[in-house]
Design a protein around this ligand. Structure first.
Ligand SMILES: [Zn+2]
Length: 143
């Protein structure tokens, strides 16, 4: 359930997205709010400025959370983001330990507004193969 307090932080994330556009970056903004609602970190998309396809605010903040927060705090921290995290960022969020994500626009809404903004093709993958060879470094690491 999204509360009015959540909506206030979502509006701040949307403000970060607006700021990104002003700076020439793609229109996405995110922030992290700790267990008491205090904003811990915030960022916006810098893919163009950094010439880095991974410079999504959700990914940058997930990395920050994993590095800076203890697991118990991360689990009680919420990400507020102007759009639903993409697949890349969703994977990072799982690994970050963050407990909750609240977003404004759903991916389907974003694609409906502007298809080029989020309708990514699936990359072909072939595998599995070479099981015995591939498992050796895995077994060595997890032994
Ligand atoms: Zn993303």
């Amino acid at each position: 359930m999204i509360t009015t307090a959540d909506q206030a932080l979502l509006r701040r994330a949307i403000g970060l997205a607006t700021r990104a556009v002003t700076l020439g970056d793609a229109p996405f903004g995110s922030l992290l709010a700790g267990p008491d609602g205090t904003v811990l970190a915030e960022d916006h998309n810098t893919v163009r400025r950094d010439n880095d396809i991974t410079a999504h605010p959700e990914l940058k903040l997930a990395r920050w959370a994993a590095r800076e927060l203890d697991p118990a705090t991360a689990a009680r921290t919420t990400m507020y983001t102007s759009c639903q995290p993409c697949g890349m960022c969703a994977g990072a969020l799982v690994r970050s330990g963050l407990g909750r994500v609240v977003y404004a626009l759903a991916t389907e809404q974003l694609v409906e507004l502007h298809p080029a903004a989020g309708d990514w093709p699936v990359v072909a993958q072939d595998g599995p193969d070479l099981f015995e060879e591939a498992r050796a470094p895995i077994d060595a690491y997890y032994a």
